[in-house]
Every structure is written in structure tokens, then in C-alpha cells.
Design a protein around this ligand. Structure first.
Ligand SMILES: C[S@@+](CC[C@H](N)C(=O)[O-])C[C@H]1O[C@@H](n2cnc3c(N)ncnc32)[C@H](O)[C@@H]1O
Length: 231
């Protein structure tokens, strides 16, 4: 059976058992192959925009002998799916803004759960979810090869988000714990470095950016105290 990295294993744990599944931006199709091999889902669609990854996905599916249960499709985002074909859709390993664009392009009719694993830019993704009728039902931070990755699970519903919740995640903020503290600390460090860079310029655009970053630094410092239990 295909062994998943800790990052993709965390994604797999949020896929409901017994129902069809779609992995959008599948690359090597490790996630859908693992889920079908393990018996967690009966069948899957593996979609990718590019012919190279699609070929890699076909090779993994063929080597696993699962071509009759995993359909590999070329195309952008969820456009490769028929309406209602997959109640759970994963979009992982891409930037948050790109994931949000893929979701906006749809179609999302019939999708009951999204499992998303953004590589940065998750504030924009959370904002898109809140603005478009999705609510977060689970969030976690997973460590893989020394790096931290957020996993976001959303279902149709309403969700209000403060700026801090947008940046850190409403559920992560409540959960706290050592990985969440590290996740917020890394964000804070990045924001501080960006602020130092922007502050060196006297261009009006850089000054405006510095003001935004200064607000972000202050917000993340407060979030860090909350996550560390130092409210
Ligand atoms: C870095 S890989 C991630 C692979 C896997 N999902 C993971 O998390 O390990 C990103 C994949 O998304 C695909 N991709 C990018 N934009 C896409 C889109 N609009 N629709 C479908 N796939 C896309 C790329 O071709 C690439 O194979």
C-alpha cells in the first residue's frame, strides 16, 4: 500500500469513509490511491491541470491496479467533476489564493466537504471560505520534515471571522498547543522580517505596506499570547 507523508496522511484522516472522493491537483495521485487501497473510499477522481503530473498519476494508479476505481482526468480544478460526483474534494499543496481561485471557478454543487492544505496564504483562503458560504469544521497543523503545514476542513455553512481568526484560524486559535504556537510564531517572524524590509524604503507604497505589516505584527503577537495560554 502507498504510504503517505505525514502531511497527506493528515489530509486523508479528514476524508469521510465510504463515499466517493476527488483529489484536485493530484500530481502523483498518492492520496486517492492510498484512500482506495486502504478501503476508506470506494472510488476516486484524480484531477490535474498539467499533462506531466497527469502522466505520473496514471502511472501510480496503474501500478496499484486501480484504473477501474480511480479516474484520472486532465483539466482545471473541479471542472473535471460531474455535479454531485464527489461529496468530498481535496485541494492540497498549492498556495491559498490559488486554492481559493480554483474553488471560485467551481462548480461546488453537491460538494459536502472540502479538505484543503494550503502552502501559505491561508488567510485569503479562510476569508474566501467565510465569504462564500463555507464554515471551518476542523483545522490542524501538521509537522512534516521539520516544516509546518495547516490543514483546513470546511463544510457548507456560515462563519464569521475576525482578522485574527482569518490569519491564525478560528479553531487553531482555540486549540492552542505546541504546534499551533510554533505556527503562529513562524508567521510572526515572517511578518517582522517583511516589516523590517518595507520600513527601509521611503516610497509611499512601501510605507503603506509597512503600516499594514505593523498591524499584522501586533495582531500575531497578540495571537501568540492567546495560543500560548497567556491571555
Ligand atoms: C505541488 S503539487 C501538489 C500535489 C498534491 N496535491 C500534494 O499535496 O502533494 C500541485 C499540483 O496542482 C496542479 N494544479 C495547479 N493548478 C491547478 C488547477 N487549476 N487545477 C488542477 N490542478 C492544478 C499542478 O499541476 C500540480 O500537479
Amino acid at each position: 500500500m502507498i504510504q503517505l507523508s505525514p502531511r497527506l496522511a493528515a489530509v486523508a484522516r479528514h476524508v469521510p469513509a465510504g463515499r466517493p472522493f476527488a483529489d484536485i491537483g493530484t500530481d502523483h495521485a498518492y492520496l486517492p490511491v492510498h484512500l482506495v487501497q486502504s478501503g476508506r473510499v470506494p472510488r476516486a477522481v484524480a484531477g490535474d491541470l498539467l499533462p506531466g503530473p497527469l502522466q505520473a498519476a496514471r502511472a501510480t494508479v496503474a501500478a496499484a491496479g486501480l484504473a477501474d476505481r480511480i479516474d484520472v482526468r486532465l483539466g482545471s480544478g473541479l471542472t473535471v467533476l460531474a455535479p454531485g460526483e464527489a461529496p468530498c474534494v481535496a485541494v492540497c499543496g498549492m498556495g491559498g489564493p490559488l486554492i481559493a481561485r480554483i474553488l471560485a471557478e467551481g462548480p461546488l454543487a453537491g460538494v459536502e466537504r472540502l479538505v484543503l492544505q494550503p502552502m501559505g496564504g491561508e488567510a485569503q483562503l479562510r476569508r474566501w471560505l467565510a465569504d462564500n458560504g463555507w464554515r471551518l469544521v476542523a483545522e490542524e497543523v501538521v509537522e512534516d520534515g521539520g516544516r509546518l503545514y495547516p490543514v483546513l476542513v470546511a463544510e457548507p455553512g456560515r462563519m464569521g471571522l475576525t482578522r485574527m481568526e482569518e490569519e491564525v484560524g478560528p479553531l487553531l486559535l482555540r486549540q492552542g498547543g505546541p504546534l499551533v504556537v510554533r505556527y503562529v510564531d513562524e508567521k510572526l517572524e515572517l511578518a517582522r522580517r517583511a516589516l523590517a524590509g518595507a520600513s527601509r524604503s521611503d516610497q509611499p507604497a512601501a510605507q503603506e505596506r509597512a503600516a499594514q505589516l505593523s498591524e499584522l505584527v501586533e495582531l500575531l503577537a497578540r495571537a501568540l499570547r492567546i495560543c500560548a495560554g497567556d491571555r
